[in-house]
Design a protein around this ligand. Structure first.
Ligand code: GDD
Ligand code: MN
Length: 377
């Protein structure tokens, strides 16, 4: 059994990977190691470069995944296909400093730690020439992680990690493969880990580009909520509720503005209750539904989001379901009021509240199964 397996996830790193492998060969010269590159069928054919190197260097192996994508899942694939005693994970873009690998190994192999982190925030560590914007994003994301998760790792977002085989085995089936943050997954899924942080300076990328994008931020939030609340409720449902709350805000804001502008009421629409419905109410409803549709489409149901023409049928379906929700909400509160069980007035807080809860849940399932139903490939 090998002592160390270095797992290198790659996506379009053809220029970086040969340099990194050469550097690793030098740093790890005295260690029994292997290098496992997990490439997700990169368009720049990183896998071909690795295969070439592997044909001459028996310590190097390339795993090419055709149908899967994703950083955490690539790391899991790499670890699962190796039987070393310890696993290191690092970026293949030369941003992580390979010189601390022996220090990380020592921590888990000799000093009794369960996990060692290459840390930008520990002593001797630095974020390097991080742009102001990235520093801010990283700072916010770190705060969020610290708020929601136990432990006091200074750089919980690091992608530079060393774990023992045992720790990997305790985490493997629980890890959320959608994530970008493998360390957070280990920290969140295996409680009570003894962690050592080893400082290093984050380097600038020279070749290729980062895969950090808008969806990564969204997936990060989903992954965090899954770690913290996943045993209770789906993170998608939490997002759905947050979007709903923003819709309520839009609704009341529109009505307030409408009242302020003295927007006319729709008087001549026939018998009550229609004649007393203010135009601003209709506008408020329309705007809040539109608001909810947009956020749900680009955040809550991101993986299933509608594009181009689908947006049109999507928003119509969403509108109809929202109307159904309104119907459910009012019927439930009227029904409850008629039983007089809690309060005899449909508009009272408790009857209304229960109506809203029932409507939110039914609408969630309706939207999940109709508006954003899974598309077959
Ligand atoms: N196989 C595979 N599949 N590899 C991927 C994928 C993917 O979908 N996405 C990214 N990678 C690889 C990249 O090729 C690179 O080797 C590594 O994962 C990191 O990706 P970057 O796009 O360079 O991410 P980053 O620099 O913005 O963020 C990284 O560094 C941070 C600081 O250590 C990540 O590792 C973060 O998790 C980490 O916090
Ligand atoms: Mn990078």
């Amino acid at each position: 059994m090998r002592l160390l397996s270095v797992v290198l996830p790659t996506y379009n790193e053809s220029k970086n990977i040969p340099i990194l492998i050469e550097r690793l060969t030098k740093v790890l010269a005295k260690i029994d190691y292997e290098i496992l590159v997990v490439d997700d069928n990169s368009p720049d054919k990183t896998y071909e470069i690795v295969d070439q190197i592997a044909s001459k260097n028996p310590r190097v192996r390339c795993i090419r995944r055709i149908h899967e994508r994703g950083l955490s899942s690539a790391v899991m694939t790499g670890m699962a296909s190796s039987s070393a005693k310890f696993y290191a994970v690092m970026d293949a873009d030369l941003q992580h400093d390979e010189a601390i690998l022996p220090g990380l190994l020592k921590a888990v192999n000799e000093e009794g730690f369960d996990l060692a982190v290459g840390s930008r925030a520990a002593e001797d560590g630095s974020f390097g020439e991080f742009s102001r914007l990235r520093r801010f994003i990283s700072w916010t994301a770190t705060r969020l992680a610290k708020m929601l998760l136990p432990g006091d790792v200074k750089d919980p977002l690091s992608g530079f990690v060393m774990v023992s085989r045992e720790v990997f085995q305790q985490a493997e089936e629980k890890i959320n493969p959608l994530g970008f943050k493998i360390l957070l997954e280990f920290l969140g899924r295996v409680p009570g880990l003894k962690v050592k942080e080893v400082g290093y300076t984050f380097r600038n990328r020279v070749h290729g580009e980062t895969k950090l994008s808008g969806s990564v931020i969204r997936n990060y939030i989903v992954a965090l909520m899954d770690l913290r609340f996943g045993h209770l409720v789906s993170p998608i449902f939490i997002l759905y509720c947050l979007v709903g709350a923003s819709g309520i805000l839009v609704y009341f804001l529109t009505i307030a503005i409408g009242d302020w502008l003295g927007m006319p009421r729709i008087r001549d629409m026939g018998p009550p209750p229609f004649h007393s419905v203010p135009a601003s109410w209709l506008l408020g409803f329309a705007l809040s539904v539109t608001n909810n549709y947009v956020w749900n489409n680009y955040i809550t149901f991101y993986e299933r989001r509608h594009k181009s023409l689908r947006l049109l049928t999507g928003i119509i379906t969403f509108f109809l379901i929202s109307l159904v929700g309104l119907l459910i909400q009012t019927s439930v509160s009227y029904l409850l009021a008629s039983t007089g069980l809690l309060a005899s007035n449909a508009g009272s807080g408790i009857n209304r509240g229960i109506g809203i809860i029932v409507a939110v849940i039914t609408n969630y399932y309706l939207n999940l199964n109709f508006t954003w139903r899974k598309q077959r490939r």
